[in-house]
Write a protein that binds this ligand. Structure first.
Ligand code: MFK
Ligand code: FAD
Length: 505
């Protein structure tokens, strides 16, 4: 009797040759030597406990219990024990903390990005709460009143699972997730505590992931006898979520959990803010600008998650090709299938290189060693890396499903999850179109796209030092063409500029 053999569980660190090469380029030997055992440990975990928790967390999705047996509102969100294990693992391995490890200087974000790259694809999307936790840390450090910062940052960056807390990011309302300026939530002044200005919030947040987090950053319109419309009327707030066992959440109702295509283990809820107390962060009316500091971090995490999903899809497809035969040969020995796998691997390596470039620039910006040109490059690179890698994640996941033939379409092989979980990467944290427009805005304001493309041209010239002058001239002409294209689109007015944005990005 013949049975198909399932794919194995490749060690996602040990088997990743492009990663090893990039690590040697990106990290000084001493830093690499110190952090390498952690990479090895996460790599081993991708063959063992991480894999098991991922399967269990997905099989036991979160459940919302609105009322107890006696009719009291309790709003419990019950998640799998495996989801909790993923939280504890994240703390122990410093997946957020590493990004704030001063000893690593400007290398902190690269060192951390590799931890996250190894973790994300086998984490049942636990990378989502981590992204928002990291981003909240950045915002609190940069902008929060000192008492609030001191109360929360130690928990957000803790390596001790008993102290580690996570954060949500509640931006999207029913009126729009891209056009946040339509938000309806109102903030009413409540009291002043030390250096903290407290408000009560009233409104509905339509998508809130990681809803079991201890805190969240959110936007609301201050009503002090009147409100300012549009995004200039929005301010940034921190909600420290109070939950009393058996008595629900203080000032918040959980309306329901979303029934989603993928990210099944991740709780994503609709919430009514019904007078919950929140602390103002930064200047009133600067909410969108202030929360944008978060977006740099979460969008980089999104690109890392794309790179990680792509890598896992490639590794599984390649492993399966050593086990399955067709036409008298193993798939891996069939020339065309081999080419398919090689092309996927090449794209995976390119995505990883792009992501590490973003992490390197962010690390330099945060450590204060980035030049002005690097800072501008980072501004354009983040949205471009997010939108490009998310699209690649969907197309490679789809290709990987096909590499499994019919088995790739069958739920209990676990393979379809690759595609379901990839699709969200193009939507949240800014859709492809919205980020394309962001690139144009960044170009108009600070020449960010020009800085990025000029750097690419300089690198191409260095990399191709041996190529003929004519070829170099072709590269330069291409770069000039791109910059010219942006300028032309801009000069043809707003509509032409927007219509061309995605092609350019
Ligand atoms: C698995 C790993 C990934 C985990 C993911 C976590 C789970 C998912 C959670 C979410 O999805 S959270 C929701 C994410 N939502 C978005 O990303 C919103 C998408 N929409 C946009 O990004 C819009 O472009 C934006 C809301 C910013 C547009 O609003 P406006 O009102 O038209 O803003 P405007 O006028 O362009 O910018 C307002 C200010 O913000 C400006 O500063 P100034 O007031 O000083 O001039 C901008 O420069 C600044 N700004 C906007 N985008 C920026 C930015 N600054 C830096 N970087 C940016 N990207
Ligand atoms: P819309 O803004 O209505 O967009 C619809 C379409 O219009 C898109 O294709 C978009 O690209 C296009 N579009 C919009 N504006 C333009 C334009 N100017 N030019 C061209 N095209 C445009 N949000 C949170 O705040 N916190 C969360 O924790 C969170 N978790 C999420 C979890 C999941 C699983 C999902 C799916 C979403 C989550 N979101 C969260 C919401 C997410 O950020 C939004 O769905 C996203 O930003 C898009 O907003 P929207 O759904 O309102 O779509």
């Amino acid at each position: 009797m013949f049975f198909q053999e399932p794919p194995g569980r490749p060690d996602l660190f040990a088997s990743d040759e492009p990663l090893h090469a990039l690590l040697r380029q990106r990290l000084p030997p001493a830093v690499l030597q110190e952090i390498r055992p952690q990479y090895e440990a996460i790599g081993r975990a991708t063959t063992g406990e991480l894999w098991d928790w991922m399967i269990r967390a997905e099989a036991e999705p979160p459940v919302h219990v609105p009322y107890d047996a006696w009719g009291r509102r309790v709003d419990e969100i019950r998640t799998s024990g495996a989801w909790e294990e993923l939280r504890r693992f994240s703390a122990r391995h410093g997946l957020v903390a590493t990004g704030y490890d001063e000893r690593l200087g400007e290398h902190r974000r690269v060192a951390q990005a590799v931890l996250l790259y190894l973790f994300s694809g086998t984490s049942a999307t636990y990378s989502c709460p981590l992204a928002m936790t990291d981003a909240a840390t950045r915002v609190l450090l940069d902008l929060a009143p000192s008492a609030l910062r001191d109360r929360l940052v130690a928990g957000l960056t803790a390596r001790d699972p008993e102290r580690f807390i996570t954060s949500g990011q509640w931006m999207t309302e029913r009126t729009g997730g891209s056009d946040v300026g339509n938000s309806e939530t109102i903030a009413r002044p409540s009291r002043v505590v030390g250096d903290e200005r407290r408000y009560t919030l009233h409104g509905v947040k339509w998508f809130t992931s990681a809803t079991t987090s201890e805190m969240a950053l959110t936007l609301a319109r201050i009503d002090d006898g009147g409100t300012t419309p549009g995004s200039r009327g929005l301010s940034l707030f921190c909600v420290e979520i109070g939950r009393e066992p058996g008595r629900g959440w203080t000032g918040i109702q959980v309306n329901r959990l979303k029934d989603k295509l993928g990210t099944k283990a991740l709780p994503t809820a609709e919430l009514t803010l019904d007078g919950v107390e929140a602390t103002l962060i930064g200047e009133p009316g600067r909410g969108v600008a202030n929360i944008s500091g978060m977006l740099n971090v979460t969008r980089l995490y999104n690109a890392i998650a794309s790179a990680s999903g792509i890598r896992r899809a490639c590794a599984l497809a390649r492993d399966y090709a050593t086990r399955r035969s067709a036409f008298g040969a193993r798939l891996i020995d069939l020339p065309l299938h081999q080419t398919t796998l090689d092309d996927m691997d090449a794209e995976a390596a390119a995505v990883l290189a792009l992501v590490l470039e973003g992490a390197a620039l962010l690390g330099r910006a945060e450590a204060g060693t980035a030049s002005e040109a690097e800072r501008r490059r980072l501004r354009a690179l983040i949205p471009i890396a997010k939108l490009t890698t998310a699209k690649q994640a969907v197309s490679i996941a789809s290709e990987a499903l096909e590499c499994f033939g019919g088995a790739g379409y069958i739920e209990d092989t676990g393979v379809p999850r690759l595609l379901r979980d990839a699709q969200v990467l193009t939507i949240w944290e800014g859709t492809t179109n919205v980020l394309s427009l962001d690139v144009l805005r960044a170009e108009a304001r600070e020449g960010a796209f020009t800085a990025l493309v000029q750097d690419l041209a300089a690198r191409a010239a260095r990399s191709y030092a041996n190529v003929a002058d004519a070829d170099l001239e072709t590269i330069r002409a291409g770069v000039r063409g791109l910059i010219g294209q942006v300028k032309r689109d801009m000069s043809h007015g707003e509509a032409a500029m927007q219509a061309g944005a995605r092609r350019i990005a």
